[in-house]
Write a protein of this length. Structure first.
Length: 264
């Protein structure tokens, strides 16, 4: 039987194969449902306690925590950090000043200072934070508004989450739930910043409801707090009847139509 240390070294030796397997499995899970977050537990508990790979760390968070009932102890998953070559930029939208840095061990640190001790960041400033992959593609984009607590502490902690990822293409996704009664959510994703309008039609082509979303930044709009919400009512506030309806998105030069069903 292999020791824990030898097992770790052998897994590390075939890391590229493991990455590829997990990538393919992840794509398969997304095909099953894009509205669910999946966590793959890839190593036995003893290995998680013995991780020494430089680009990995143990995720000591309740979100990644499991419990071993016989031993009455918790164990934590392992996060791989393939961050070599990833860079971070933070632009102050008020001053247009840009801070640059690189990701190391899953973290990044950017500093800004003025030798004359003039204020460089003020409360209310909006920071646009972008993560670039080694090939130059933007893999994450988010904004953060500076507050008084940040100024007093002289630092800002900004976690970059999966929901901030910038998709490679614009598309309209299937509404959920479908069929529905009386409410549903219509998800979509934008590859670039553009004006977005979504319209709902009945089977005869009559416009039932229009959602003018205005100018929206690139991003993934699939969760209930970001997707377009329809309560099954027309522009006059009347509940529409059961049947087949169509929804169309216009996002810049992109347009797409999908079908949905109200079933009462």
């Amino acid at each position: 039987m292999l020791s824990k240390s030898r097992f770790c070294r052998r897994i590390n030796a075939i890391s590229e194969l493991v990455y590829d397997i997990f990538h393919q499995l992840g794509n398969l899970l997304k095909e099953i449902s894009i509205y669910t977050e999946y966590i793959i537990d890839s190593f036995p508990v003893s290995i998680c306690h013995n991780i020494r790979i430089a680009r990995c760390r143990i995720a000591r968070s309740e979100d990644f925590r499991g419990y071993i009932t016989p031993k009455r102890e918790y164990f934590f998953g392992v996060i791989d950090l393939p961050n070599k070559g990833y860079t971070v930029e933070a632009r102050n939208c008020r001053t247009n000043e840009v801070m640059k840095g690189s990701i190391s061990n899953g973290y990044f640190s950017l500093a800004c200072a003025d030798l004359n001790r003039n204020s460089v960041i003020q409360s209310g400033d909006i920071l646009e934070i972008t993560v670039n992959a080694p090939n130059g593609n933007i893999v994450s984009n988010t904004t953060y508004t500076v507050n008084n607590d940040n100024i007093n502490k002289a630092y800002i902690y900004v976690p970059l989450k999966l929901g901030n990822l910038k998709p490679s293409n614009t598309c309209l996704l299937q509404n959920y739930p479908n069929p529905f009664n009386p409410e549903t959510w219509i998800p979509f994703q934008l590859a670039e910043k553009c004006n977005v309008k979504l319209q709902i039609y009945d089977i005869h082509g009559k416009i039932i409801r229009t959602f003018d979303l205005g100018n929206q930044p690139a991003g993934i709009y699939t969760t209930k707090d970001k997707a377009v919400y329809w309560d099954g009512r027309n522009e006059d506030g009347e509940i529409v009847s059961s049947g087949i309806y169509f929804y169309e998105i216009q996002a810049g030069n992109f347009s797409s139509i999908k079908k949905m069903i109200i079933q009462k």
